[in-house]
Design a protein around this ligand. Structure first.
Ligand SMILES: [Zn+2]
Ligand SMILES: [Zn+2]
Length: 130
């Protein structure tokens, strides 16, 4: 972890709480968990991106996917500002693995059709649930 970057963020965003943890995570409204994964500077700026985009919570998975895309777009700007190399492939991989996971999660366990989610976060199968 680049401590210079960390100190700079601490000065520029004194309201942010930076905590150590296992995985990088943004916990609304203003806590960033500092994980041990690499590339740590990029992941840190991605979590800061969630904060700056005002992401609070999401009910449905497509909404969550949208916030992930937004946070990566924001991270691209932040990288330019803070002189951190933006790794396009890494960002795409993260989004792809998220899409795969979403794809598996939305599949109906009984019939294999893609289910949809209502605002309460519950998945419904267009075939089995009606
Ligand atoms: Zn994220
Ligand atoms: Zn089904």
């Amino acid at each position: 972890m680049n401590t210079v970057l960390l100190e700079r963020l601490g000065r520029e965003y004194p309201e942010l709480r930076l905590r150590k943890g296992r995985k990088f995570l943004f916990r609304p409204p203003k806590t960033i968990i500092l994980g041990t994964e690499e590339p740590s500077d990029l992941l840190l700026l991605h979590e800061l991106g969630h904060y700056l985009c005002g992401h609070v919570s999401f009910n449905t998975e497509p909404e969550r996917l949208r916030t992930e895309c937004e946070a990566w777009e924001k991270a691209r700007e932040l990288c330019a500002m803070y002189g951190v190399p933006f790794d396009e492939d890494f960002a795409q991989q993260e989004l792809d693995s998220y899409r795969d996971w979403l794809d598996k999660k939305s599949r109906c366990p009984s019939c294999g059709l893609t289910r949809f989610q209502t605002q309460d976060g519950v998945f419904h199968c267009p075939k089995c649930d009606f």
